[in-house]
Design a protein around this ligand. Structure first.
Ligand code: ATP
Ligand code: MG
Ligand code: ZN
Length: 280
């Protein structure tokens, strides 16, 4: 009896991914019911030959590893552009924001030319959802190497990487933030940093812009000047809502205007209203 010939398809980009994957991701695949963790399965091709081909779990694993490398938190994994609903009664700015997000992905990188986006709006309007949706789309459609950072997390890492002996920040730790092709910086201004931490953040943003690397920023603070710049009594200023200028300084705010196209998002907290009515 003729022995069954098993031929391997040219693995190319589809090679089993199990070897390089991180522990948690690999564990999910070793439980795969189709391949038992081998990463390959046998299938009969059109000529009736048995061939080994990558198991379907491989694509999922690759996606998981990509999300992990990009540091996209689990709670935002579902945030793709396709799942951003523009409800009939929603504020028109949300539909516009969604359209701009799609256009941005289409025109990246040639037309965007290093310019990023600044998504502003109140709590729960969907800023992070759109920012992550753009990042995921760029990773998937344009092969972009993406990175997600919560602003407070970034401040913490800068602080931790500070080396008192040489009185400076270990740039090695920050290298991925400098070098990521597209960086999402979520909740800019959520925390007030010390001067030297802020200098480092400003250096990161400036260097990225000068190197034509795209940064997508979200913030809860209205993109308006710092209070001190405005007229009015101290009491009036104190009663006023804090602005982005208050939180990051006027100089950086005007720099951001140069670096990013602003997308203003108005509307209610999706978690409280539309989202609950629709999904809850
Ligand atoms: N238009 C939308 N369609 C579908 N889901 C949405 C939409 N807007 C927001 N969401 C969902 O509502 C939740 C809150 O949205 P998101 O975190 O993006 O808001 P945010 O503006 O970043 O809020 P915060 O200011 O608190 O950071 C998320 O789970 C998000 O997926
Ligand atoms: Mg957010
Ligand atoms: Zn499998």
């Amino acid at each position: 009896m003729e022995r069954e010939a098993i031929m391997f398809m040219d693995p190319g980009d589809e090679a089993p991914f199990t070897a390089g994957a991180a522990g948690e991701e690999r564990a999910a695949v070793s439980a795969c019911e189709h391949c038992g963790g081998a990463g390959m399965v046998l299938a009969t091709d059109a000529e009736g030959r048995r061939r080994a081909r990558p198991c379907r779990c491989q694509q999922e694993l690759r996606q998981r590893v990509r999300l992990k490398d990009a540091r996209i938190p689990r709670r935002y994994e579902h945030c793709v552009l396709e799942s951003f609903a523009v409800l009939p009664k929603a504020d028109p700015s949300l539909g516009m924001a969604h359209t701009m997000a799609r256009r941005f992905v289409e025109s990246y990188p040639l037309e965007t030319d290093g310019r990023g986006l600044l998504l502003t709006g109140s709590i729960g309007v969907g800023k992070t959802h759109l920012a992550v949706g753009i990042l995921l789309a760029l990773m998937e459609q344009k092969g972009v190497q993406g990175l997600f950072y919560d602003y407070r997390e970034l401040l913490k890492e800068i602080q931790h990487s500070y080396n008192p002996q040489v009185n400076s920040t270990e740039l090695e730790v920050l290298r991925p933030v400098f070098e990521a092709e597209v960086l999402v910086l979520d909740e800019l201004g959520a925390q007030k940093p010390t001067d030297w931490v802020w200098d480092t953040v400003a250096l990161v943003l400036n260097t990225r812009y000068n190197d034509k690397r795209t940064t997508i920023i979200t913030t809860n603070y209205p993109d308006m000047p710092a209070s001190a710049v405005l007229q009015g009594s101290a009491a009036q200023r104190a009663a006023r809502e804090e602005t982005l200028g208050d939180r990051i300084g006027e100089r950086m705010r005007s720099r951001l205007a140069e670096m990013c196209v602003r997308i203003e998002m108005n509307g209610a907290d999706f978690r409280q209203g539309a989202g609950r009515a629709r999904f809850g």
